[in-house]
Design a protein around this ligand. Structure first.
Ligand SMILES: NC(=O)c1ccc[n+]([C@@H]2O[C@H](COP(=O)([O-])OP(=O)(O)OC[C@H]3O[C@@H](n4cnc5c(N)ncnc54)[C@H](OP(=O)(O)O)[C@@H]3O)[C@@H](O)[C@H]2O)c1
Length: 244
């Protein structure tokens, strides 16, 4: 079996290293790639072809892991040459996933939840041919959601909606606890119901949100626009809080 990558960054490299099978051969291309990517490719056990078009033609599974911005363009340019399964792992909205579906034959909508270099990332997949990718479970925990392309992207957006809104609420309560000199006690009483590592997790969420408030606000705006029929009262409040 041949697995091709369009994009060879953290995700592709980590997948290649996890999928240790004598039956799998990996291919990618150096076409228009940066020095950084060429360096990443150089030290791996992967064949490098001249063009991504060739990669698409030869792959039984073509993995698109490049960037949210380039995902649709990559699908348009190379996806149509792929007769195998096209697995998109980019962090994209359900609208983009459905747009990609128009350009490729056998799309499987995928998402890695948790950082790819964390101990136990989970790969969620959806699509008519998702079953054929379940062999990946041997190398990375893999769960099929459904046969409907777009379901994984929707779940990812709902997850993002929940975690970002919760972070805004945490920031607000934490700020008040600090003003009233009750910071330690605030985390202590919450840990009773939320678990021992609650303070550690919360602080990481709070700083991550505050340090990336512009990007987080844009992501919340995207969520609000996508679910515009659902009037997301809580998410709108979180956006107000984060963009203050
Ligand atoms: N990292 C994670 O834990 C994680 C988790 C879930 C989802 N994701 C998603 O997975 C995707 C890849 O993430 P990553 O962390 O692997 O990114 P990364 O480390 O920044 O690597 C991106 C790779 O894609 C290449 N690329 C960019 N545009 C391209 C194009 N038009 N054609 C071909 N190759 C292109 C880059 O090449 P150049 O260097 O030449 O530009 C680079 O090799 C992103 O969409 C991200 O949102 C990442």
């Amino acid at each position: 079996m041949i697995i091709g990558f369009v994009g060879f960054g953290k995700v592709s490299k980590s997948l290649l290293r996890r999928i240790k099978s004598p039956d799998v051969k990996f291919i990618t291309s150096h076409e228009n790639r940066s020095r950084e990517t060429l360096n990443q490719i150089k030290n791996e056990n992967i064949q490098v072809l001249d063009t991504f078009r060739e990669v698409a033609i030869k792959s039984d599974i073509l993995i698109s892991a490049n960037s949210p911005k380039s995902a649709l363009d990559v699908a348009k340019k190379y996806g149509r040459y792929c007769e195998g399964i096209y697995l998109d792992l980019n962090n994209i909205s359900p609208d983009t996933t459905l747009a990609i579906d128009k350009h490729v034959k056998n799309l499987v909508d995928g998402a890695i939840i948790g950082k790819i270099d964390s101990e136990n990332p989970i790969l969620y997949i959806a699509g008519k041919r998702a079953d054929e990718l379940m062999f990946l479970d041997e190398y990375i925990s893999t769960k099929k959601i459904s046969e409907n392309v777009g379901d994984v992207a929707t779940l990812k957006l709902l997850r993002s909606s929940y975690t970002k809104t919760l972070s805004a609420l945490l920031i607000e309560s934490y700020e008040i606890s600090k003003i009233r000199n009750l910071e330690a006690e605030f985390f202590e009483i919450l840990a009773l119901t939320e678990g021992d590592d609650f303070k550690e997790k919360s602080m990481s969420r709070i700083y991550n949100t505050l340090n990336n408030s512009k990007r987080k606000s844009e992501e919340l705006e995207e969520i609000i626009n996508y679910f515009d029929e659902n009037d997301l009262v809580m998410v709108k409040a979180a956006l107000r809080k984060i963009s203050q």
